[in-house]
Design a protein around this ligand. Sequence first.
Ligand code: CMP
Length: 134
Amino acid sequence: MATEKTLIVVKPDGFKRCLTGKILSRFEDKGFKIKDLKLFNFTQQKAEQFYSAHKAKSFFNELVSFISSGTVVACILEGNNAINTVRIMIGSTNSFEAAAGTIRGDFGLGLTDNVIHASDSSESFIKESQVIFS
Ligand code: CMP
């Protein structure tokens, strides 16, 4: 499997709870390299762009409101099979169903407030990282 890049975002709940260091350590321990890192607050407009794939969903407004409610940390990670491996490491979307040993399984109980986001495809990675880093 080729080296690829992916994006993770430690959400406002994860940042507020001081989990950023623990979360980034897991990826470094696994062998991923941090290629870029940014601490910031989403504006509503940037949040809507970031989550545009979910625009038609009933929870879109809740999602935009939550991600822009506090400081987040975005990180570009590089390594073998990064997109799929990182998705496995973060666990199921519903934190209360996520397996122990995954980030959401170990640190979260929420659905909207599920600690971390990760790109689900190379197309999402390109789009999401452009929204954040350009
Ligand atoms: P994330 O990985 O950031 O990608 C989209 C987000 O939508 C997801 O994490 C959840 O936080 C959120 N989400 C998914 N399904 C629902 C739902 N049914 N209600 C509220 N939020 C949801």
